[in-house]
Design a binder for this molecule. Structure first.
Ligand code: 4AD
Ligand code: MG
Length: 430
């Protein structure tokens, strides 16, 4: 019977064949322990000299790291392993022998591993991170489908900039100038006027010269947009969505979280409602905490966000930032016109902003004024203004950065490990 490591649990005390790779091994004169991987998981294969042919035992002892093989044997219970079972190997068929695999069990530097990202993906830790990423994607579709959202795909090649003009990737579009999308938001606003509640999930690009543990040049963003939702409604959707992501990973990625040694108690605490603090109160709080460098009107840096997040030890919304440090499209706060109806969601444990969102300006005259103030080319925003001309309604939305969410939930330090092939300031290979 051919099966996989993950499905082998259904074949306890039966003989099966699994196609995989040799991850690692250990052997003595009488027994060899093969660490096998097949994409679905990692499993130990035990080869006992007295129970297999001499050829098979010699093969097990000499087989090289990352050689591909078919192994056949009986699946037996093993309460000591995370998996709960192992294989008593009867025979081994080598498919392809690997020589001098560059990533050995010893420690390698990050740059070396990043240069070998195409192989590094096979390691147990990287495998676990990608499985968690996949679970977050799955749970995203589940959440938005279950809550009446329609998925709409905004374009990647665009003529204008939603989030400020300095971080754009420029390219030629035949004879015209074009930019790779920084955010699908403005198109999602159009989609919300057609479908009510919509979400997108796609790649976005920021030519940011930032070299931090939170910044990628290419990252994936989930961008919901909801007609008739105000600022408060928007925050409720966000806290429900993020809680669903965390609970799905806790439920469906137990082995992966264990592999990553993630402190799951911290994740288990995540529940709605999330704490909220206004920008004004956050500035006061930071001053009390001894941050003398922050003045009202300035954006928060990573240390500020971390101090606020540590205070709550939960995801926290920082609301109502000053108008002048946020994009042009945000609805003014009726209680203080120097601020806007927006929120950044800050993840705990120092992972920083994972969501940026806001209520959008729905008044045509005000939107035109903002486009002028920001010196944007009104003509290329003509379609966006149409949304305010023909049946404008209050609406809100947000963007969750997938890689930052994966970094936080899986507990890996740097976003570069949350993207299969990360594009970084100094890295376009592999
Ligand atoms: O806060 P941002 O720039 O918001 C927008 O783009 C809005 N248009 C979204 C919307 O309302 N539809 O980006 C949203 C999120 C951030 O909170 C962060 O998680 C992620 O995108 N992000 C990045 N992730 C990795 N590398 C980068 N360089 C990122 N820039 C933003
Ligand atoms: Mg932001």
């Amino acid at each position: 019977m051919k099966t996989t490591i993950k499905e082998a649990k259904n074949y306890l005390n039966q003989e099966v064949t699994i196609g995989g790779w040799l991850h690692n091994k250990r052997s003595s004169g009488k027994i060899a322990f093969l660490q096998l991987r097949d994409g679905t998981g990692f499993m130990q294969g035990v080869v006992v000299k007295a129970e297999v042919s001499e050829d098979t035992f010699q093969l097990a002892k000499n087989i090289t790291q990352e050689s591909s093989l078919f192994v056949t044997g009986e699946i037996t219970e093993d309460t000591r392993s995370d998996l709960g079972y192992e294989m008593q190997v009867k025979s081994i068929e080598v498919i392809d022998e690997a020589h001098d695999y560059p990533i050995t069990p010893k420690n390698h530097g990050t740059e070396f591993l990043m240069d070998h990202r195409h192989l590094w993906l096979r390691s147990k830790k990287q495998h676990a991170v990608m499985k968690i990423r996949n679970e977050i994607i799955r749970a995203t579709y589940e959440f938005f489908n279950d809550n009446g959202f329609t998925k709409i795909d905004p374009p990647i090649l665009t003529a204008s900039a939603p989030e400020g003009t300095s971080e754009l990737f420029h390219t030629k579009y035949f004879d015209e100038d074009a930019f790779l999308s920084q955010s699908g938001q403005l198109y999602m606003e159009a989609a919300a006027m057609a479908h009510g509640k919509v979400f997108s999930f796609g790649p976005t690009f920021r030519a940011e010269k930032s070299k931090t543990r939170r910044h990628l040049i290419e990252f994936w963003m989930i961008e919901p947009e909801m007609a008739f939702y105000n600022h408060a409604d928007n925050l409720e959707v966000q806290e429900q969505y993020v809680t669903h992501l965390v609970q799905s990973v806790l439920k469906n990625c137990k082995i992966e979280l264990k592999t990553l040694e993630r402190d799951t108690e911290k994740l288990a605490k995540v529940a709605t409602p999330f704490p909220r603090i206004t920008y004004d109160d956050a500035v006061t709080f930071l001053k009390e905490e001894g941050f003398d460098d922050i003045e009202w009107g300035e954006d928060f840096g990573a240390p500020h966000e971390t101090a606020i997040a540590n205070h709550y030890d939960l995801p926290v919304f920082i609301t109502n930032y000053p108008t002048k440090i946020k994009p042009f499209y945000m609805q003014p706060n009726p209680d203080n016109e120097d601020t806007v109806l927006c929120a950044d969601l800050i993840a705990p444990e120092g992972y920083g902003e994972i969501i940026g969102g806001s209520e959008r300006i729905n008044d045509l005259a005000l939107m035109e004024q903002r486009i002028n103030e920001h010196e944007l080319d009104a003509e290329s925003y003509s379609y966006y203004l149409d949304l305010r001309k023909y049946g404008s309604v209050p609406h809100s939305g947000f963007g969750l950065g997938l890689e930052r969410a994966v970094a936080w939930i899986s507990g890996v330090e740097h976003v570069r490990e949350t993207s299969p092939f990360p594009r970084l300031l100094n890295r376009l290979y592999p």
